[in-house]
Design a protein around this ligand. Structure first.
Ligand code: UD1
Ligand code: MG
Length: 455
């Protein structure tokens, strides 16, 4: 085989309206573990280094085009069936003669290994024109049925609507995914018609057409869970649960402790180091990297954040995008960190908002410290030097700098830079009057008695 015929391209079908989602959003834009369904498909495809790839969309699905970019899209103006949809990708794949994978944008869990198995089977000695991904679902429902010949090759695919009782009894079902010889793909597609129960151009017809041309066709099987399609919000929730269960198991397999796995929610791209301990009720949004030996205590929400080794987060902490927590740093309860760097060993243990701040190593951020980073128009940064101490209930009005080793007195509103090793206090002077509390109580007691006596 020539090098070019060994290459792989992919067509991802995503033009279906997804009416059962009851959504303004195209179906493949709905998210599982923070990533769109079509994003999952592209991510699982990526290790195959396939190309050209193209996503087939309906008119007006600009959000899908933006999501899959730089992968190009082809527009299918009318949804005339899966065969017609593949035909819409012809121009994008012009001149390509390798193996063409057809995937569904609403079947997010197909694994890289399964895609590789299809491509490998396509390269088999019998040079099959079409390799179809089969499954044996618990409920074969209305899936197309794969009809094998005596030697185990694939003879044809019959859609449920057209299937006889005997054919419906077949348990080997069509997942929809295929690997097709690019040399014959378009000649097969051109010959599909729509004379069938649905009046659609069925992609599945290419098997019979290829067999008619004297070519072999084959089946590769994969587990049903990998091939689940999402058509409704209920199925989206099932898909989410399935993904989370697998991801939790993987996290533990890779050396993380999850105290109560069922209550931890990962994003598709969450990265965890070794000996990470995650308490109950922790939610990860997209873009999180947790290094080795980090402890994340109960009820934390973490998104777009990096946490270095040995840090302790929570309980009840929120790390928002751009939070970078240094090694051995502590972020405690009801502390929100956004777009801020917390240096090594720094501590912000209670009730704080740290936004747009650079916080030095070993510094101590007292309870209730607020970085005032926004004036209603613009954001500004707060810079705190190494080893600084910010007293409780301080407001740091950015842009402002607190130097290394400086101390800010509790309750201060800091609006001007504090030099290194200085103490800054900005609050009203304390006044104490000796004995005044006792006098006050005596006076009030007397007034109360006089008032009662008058009644
Ligand atoms: C298809 C298969 C069936 C298989 C099932 C697996 C055919 C004829 N039938 O049936 O054998 O068991 O999938 O789920 O292929 N799409 C377009 N444009 C269209 C039509 C569909 O982009 O004109 C896309 C849809 O968005 C979807 C995918 O193709 O992602 C499958 O379409 P769908 O209508 O769900 O096919 P099924 O009837 O379920
Ligand atoms: Mg379907």
């Amino acid at each position: 085989m020539s090098a070019s015929s060994q290459q792989t391209a992919a067509i991802i079908l995503a033009a279906g309206k997804g009416t059962r989602m009851k959504s303004a959003l195209p179906k493949v834009m709905h998210r599982i573990a923070g990533c769109t369904m079509v994003g999952h498909v592209l991510a699982n495809l990526a290790p195959l280094r396939s190309g050209p790839n193209v996503v087939v969309v309906a008119p007006g699905m600009d959000q899908v085009a933006a999501e899959v970019s730089p992968t190009p899209t082809a527009i299918q103006h009318d949804q005339l069936g899966t065969g017609h949809a593949v035909g819409c990708a012809r121009e994008a794949l012009a001149g390509f003669i390798g193996t063409v994978l057809v995937l569904y944008g609403d079947s997010p869990f197909i694994s890289t290994a399964t895609l590789q198995a299809l491509v490998t089977r396509r390269a088999g000695a019998d040079n099959p024109a079409v390799v179809v991904l089969g499954m044996r679902p618990a409920d074969p429902a209305k899936y197309g049925r794969l009809i094998l010949d005596k030697s185990g090759g694939l003879d044809r695919i019959v859609e449920w609507k057209e299937a006889s009782e005997a054919e419906r009894a077949v348990t080997l079902c069509n997942s929809g995914v295929m690997a097709i010889d690019g040399k014959v793909l378009w000649s097969l597609i051109e010959r599909i018609d729509n004379k069938n129960a649905k009046g659609e151009y069925y992609l599945t017809d290419i098997v019979e057409l290829a067999r008619g041309d004297g070519r072999a066709c084959a089946v590769v099987e994969a587990p049903e869970a990998e091939l689940m399609g999402v058509n409704s919000r209920a199925e989206l929730a099932v898909a989410e649960a399935l993904f989370q269960d697998l991801r939790r198991a993987q996290a533990m397999e890779e050396g993380a402790t999850l105290t109560d796995p069922k209550t931890v929610f990962f994003a598709a791209d969450t990265k965890l180091g070794r000996d990470v301990v995650i308490g109950p009720n922790v939610v990860f949004g997209p873009g999180v990297e947790i290094a080795d030996d980090v402890e994340i205590r109960a009820f934390c929400h973490i998104e777009g954040a990096k946490v270095a080794g040995g840090a302790i987060i929570g309980p009840f902490a929120r790390l928002r995008p751009g939070a970078e927590i240094g090694a051995d740093a502590h972020v405690g309860n009801f502390v929100e960190v956004k777009n801020s760097v917390l240096g090594q060993g720094a501590k912000a243990n209670h009730l704080s908002y740290l936004g747009d701040a650079d916080i030095g190593a070993r510094s101590n951020i007292g309870a209730g410290t607020i970085t005032c980073n926004y004036d209603g128009y613009l954001k500004a940064r707060t810079v705190i030097g190494d080893g600084a101490f910010i007293g409780s209930n301080s407001a740091l009005v950015a842009p402002v700098k607190v130097g290394e080793g400086a101390i800010v007195g509790a309750g201060s509103v800091i609006t001007r830079d504090v030099e290194a090793d200085a103490i800054a206090v900005s609050r009203a002077e304390q006044v104490s009057r000796t004995g005044r509390a006792r006098d006050f109580r005596a006076q009030r007691q007397k007034m109360k008695q006089e008032k009662a006596g008058r009644k």
